[in-house]
Design a protein around this ligand. Structure first.
Ligand code: MLT
Ligand code: ZN
Length: 512
């Protein structure tokens, strides 16, 4: 029986997709990365997941875990370089040793992971892959309001967890536009952030325990619900942000917070990026711990989203930037929000504000926020330099100016467009052509511009990967952020967890 045929007989037809059925799982959301795989494998339980990983380990097949496939860095699709396995993958059947295939019989052996150190691929990729989609493991396992936790399978969506929490008067705080598709497992893999990090932290801060299938198929059950536990290394943190390179997260115990039934947001036009730090400080002092989001909205993005959806522009003035602030509490928040806006206006930091007074208006402001990505606004977005940077928040204005001035020098026709989570120092910053005639001149300088911006980001003490992971996109570019000893330590961890190098190879760690 062939390798894929064997998996199909183990998991049934719904558990293994090939051909056109598999195609949507092989391309990442931005369309930047398309990989190849022997099959997309969809286990329905932890035991099935463990059995699949064991089968792959004994056959030397790489495992690429995938959640909702909404990732931005190509971490959840097979690495582009993995294509070199394709000829070999046609050669061998399951159980014969060497490289497995799904038909054909050229009998050639290609080296598999055990032929070299997993952290040191030297750019050579000769392993076939499967995509391990967690989409059938999407159950909420238990809702435990007394413990302030929810236990969910990796394929449960963020939205499903939020709703399950709301049903027991609790809040699951991680939240971003793709909430309906993004999954718990994917969010853990990338240490996702989103709109509420300023108050509740990122995914790392909202996971109390997890379970993972290790690279040899053993199951580690670390589903603990403890707030305090100083009993040695906290291994769950190694899986958070590891992008599936150490094992496959199958279930997690997620932390809940008190519900915040009173929520109100305001969109305010600000008089400059240097106002951000004092505005956040003012919001915090006027509204205490109620500030649950503090997002940067570029004026041009606001215009385009309103145009696209036929919405009236919510503000009377046209500043270059706005902030979208949300207060959330057990008590009504309008007075505090009003006091903050009045004080900000009196100090000349904002020129106009739209306050949502109905649920519909509230939803509309956040719908505008969710549609701000250039991906939805300019067809040329894929040619742009795209950054998911974080810098120390007090340096944010200076950093933005620096990127804009680099862009003006090197790519004068291009637009600098930044939006997102400035309250926690994270911005999605693009430099991109916004018309077809700008594309060719932009592409001529794109690489140089990207290098210069990367250097500037590190010089500001920042990262290129605030919440979208490293994946394939940043694997080489991220290296200068950290001393080599730090990458060496991570490679040693990788070697310890995955000596065969089958877990999501060619992602996350820069090659040695
Ligand atoms: C967002 O905050 O909207 C997302 O992280 C998506 C993006 O960077 O485009
Ligand atoms: Zn974001």
């Amino acid at each position: 029986m062939t390798f894929v045929g064997g998996l199909r007989s183990d998991l049934g037809p719904a558990g293994v997709l090939t051909g056109a059925d598999a195609a949507p799982y092989l391309t990442g959301q931005r369309g930047l990365f398309t990989g190849e795989a022997l099959a997309v494998v969809r286990p329905a339980s932890v035991d099935e997941t463990a059995a699949v990983v064991r089968t792959c380990a004994s056959a030397g097949v790489a495992v690429v875990p995938q959640g909702g496939n909404t990732g931005m860095s190509g971490g959840a699709v097979p690495a582009v370089a993995d294509r070199s396995w394709a000829a070999a993958a046609l050669g061998r059947s399951r159980g014969e040793g060497g490289v497995p295939g799904d038909g054909g019989a050229d009998g050639r052996h290609r080296p598999v992971a055990s032929d070299r150190s997993p952290g040191d691929d030297g750019g050579v990729v000769e392993k076939p892959s499967i995509v391990l989609s967690m989409s059938r493991m999407n159950r909420i396992v238990s809702v435990d309001p007394d413990r302030w936790t929810i236990t969910a399978e990796a394929g449960a969506t963020i939205d499903a967890v939020q709703q399950a929490a709301a049903a027991v008067n609790r809040l699951f705080a991680p939240d971003w536009g793709a909430r309906g598709t993004a999954t718990v497992g994917g969010a853990i893999a990338t240490d996702a952030g989103g709109n509420n990090v300023v108050r509740y932290g990122n995914m790392r801060d909202n996971v109390l325990g997890l379970e993972a299938v290790l690279a040899d198929g053993r199951v580690w059950n670390g589903l603990r619900a403890l707030r305090k536990d100083s009993s040695g290394y906290d291994l769950k943190h190694l899986f958070i942000g590891a992008e599936g390179t150490l094992g496959v997260v199958t279930r997690a115990v997620l932390r809940l917070h008190p519900a915040t039934p009173h929520t109100q947001s305001a969109l305010a036009a600000i008089t400059g990026l240097d106002r951000l730090t004092p505005l956040l400080e003012l919001a915090t002092s006027c509204c205490g711990g109620d500030v649950s989001a503090f997002e940067l909205i570029p004026g041009v993005g606001l215009e385009r989203v309103c145009e696209r959806f036929g919405l009236a522009r919510p503000l009377g003035t046209s500043e270059e930037f706005c902030v979208l602030v949300r207060l959330a509490s057990a008590e009504p928040v309008s007075e505090r929000l009003g006091a903050f806006l009045a004080e900000a206006s009196q100090r000349g930091w904002i020129t106009d504000a739209a306050v949502a007074v109905t649920d519909e208006q509230e939803a509309r402001l956040w719908a505008i926020r969710d549609e701000l990505s250039p991906m939805f606004l300019w067809s040329q977005h894929e040619h742009g330099v795209k950054l998911d940077t974080a810098v120390p928040i007090d340096l944010f204005g200076a950093y933005h100016d620096e990127v804009r001035s680099l862009a003006a020098d090197l790519a004068p026709g291009a637009s600098t467009y930044g939006f997102g989570h400035v309250g926690d120092g994270n911005i999605h910053l693009y430099v991109l052509p916004t018309s077809d005639d700008q594309v060719a001149p932009f592409l001529a300088v794109r690489e140089q511009l990207q290098e210069r911006i990367d250097e500037a980001t590190f010089a500001f003490g920042g990262t290129l990967s605030a919440e979208h992971g490293i994946g394939q996109l940043l694997r080489d570019r991220i290296r200068p952020q950290k001393p080599e000893i730090e990458w060496d330590l991570m490679r040693a961890v990788k070697d310890a967890f995955d000596p065969q190098g089958i877990m999501n190879p060619h992602k996350t760690l820069p090659p040695a």
